[in-house]
Design a protein around this ligand. Structure first.
Ligand code: PMP
Length: 330
């Protein structure tokens, strides 16, 4: 019989899929590391498992304890899955702008969700960050993973994502492209690939226009999960050889192309990273092997990126667009 003991045993070892149509006309082989096949649907399953392992070892998380984290999405799902397996409770703090669907996903896994007002300054007692800090104080046995400062976040990629890519490409990877949110993916994977290749593999960050990683101040952009208005501890500022800035319009156009042309229904940050990978590919040669990491699936974005009215309201609909997609009234 072939089975695993629990769904969390399926985290990692995600496949590489060649990008065909969207990479048409570029010389290198462009491969996508498809992270939505993780059991929680995103790359964040990797860090959830590793952060919990380390907290158990250090004694910060004890049997029956409660995981408290400000997160509205992928990290919450990963933490909730691993917590359920190991008997911990979860309390996630979300700003009120997070959709009810997203909150319901976390609740479906058995987590408690506390909603905070978006329209208060960060120093307000009810703000997103202050609320999670207060809950950590109030709840007996609480532990906050803090994905923006937890060294296990990049370490999980150093120990899993990096070695997987080296093995899967038989050491032929020349460029690794990833969007930067906490910076855990690019820092951990990048460090592994640089070490094993003696610096040969180039590491390229993809960043929304306006975010700090590409020299901005955090001006609002719409792509989710990437870009910051501060420098997290989990981001290694020396790791990227280059940062490629991508506009929301280009990110979302590429996200839709990935679904329509490659049958990869993925999130907006995937389109952003893939757009950066194609820009890079345009100046690379036939011996180059570019791998771009696609962090999550597209189901969580049906009412945004894949909704024509939402796209049109921001002026993002690509000129070649025609026909019915999700969001059309037929
Ligand atoms: N895309 C999405 C959808 C994410 O949730 C995240 C994590 N914030 C990222 C990209 C960026 O990954 P990292 O935090 O490892 O930089």
């Amino acid at each position: 019989m072939e089975y695993v003991e629990h769904v969390v045993d399926l985290i990692g070892n995600t496949p590489l899929v060649r990008l065909n149509s969207v990479a048409d006309g570029v010389a290198p082989l462009v491969l996508a590391k498809v992270e939505y096949v993780n059991p929680g649907g995103s790359v964040k399953d990797r860090i959830a498992e590793r952060m919990i392992d380390a907290a158990e070892k250090s004694g910060e998380l004890r049997p029956g304890g409660t995981i408290v984290e400000p997160t509205s999405g992928n990290t919450g799902v990963g933490l909730a899955m691993v917590a359920q397996r190991r008997g911990y409770n979860c309390v996630f703090v979300c700003p009120d702008k997070v959709s009810e669907d997203k909150r319901n996903v976390l609740k479906a896994y058995g987590a408690r969700v506390v909603v905070c007002p978006t329209a208060v300054p960060p120093e307000h007692p009810d703000s997103y960050y202050n609320t999670s800090d207060r809950l950590v104080q109030e709840i007996e046995g609480a532990w906050k993973p803090n994905q923006y400062a937890n060294p296990q976040n990049p370490v999980s990629h150093y120990e899993t994502t990096g070695p997987e890519l080296w093995r899967q490409t038989e050491g032929r990877i020349t460029h690794f492209v990833a969007g930067v949110g906490t910076g855990g993916t690019i820092s951990g994977t990048g460090r592994y690939l640089k070490e094993i290749s003696d610096g040969r593999v180039k590491i390229i960050g993809a960043d929304p226009e306006g975010s700090v990683y590409s020299g901005g101040s955090g001006r609002p952009y719409l792509v989710e999960g990437v870009g910051e208005d501060f420098w997290p501890d989990t981001y290694d500022r020396d790791i990227a050889d280059e940062i490629i800035e991508i506009s929301d319009a280009d990110s979302f156009t590429m996200t839709r192309r990935l679904a329509r042309e490659e049958a990869l229904l993925v999130g907006g940050s995937c389109g952003m990273a893939a757009a950066a990978a194609i820009k890079l590919a345009e100046r690379c040669g036939p011996d180059d092997v570019i791998v771009v990491l696609l962090p999550d699936g597209g189901r969580g974005y049906l009412s945004k990126v894949f909704n024509d009215r939402w796209m049109a309201s921001y002026g993002f609909l690509p000129p070649e667009h025609s026909g019915a997609t999700v969001g059309d009234v037929l």
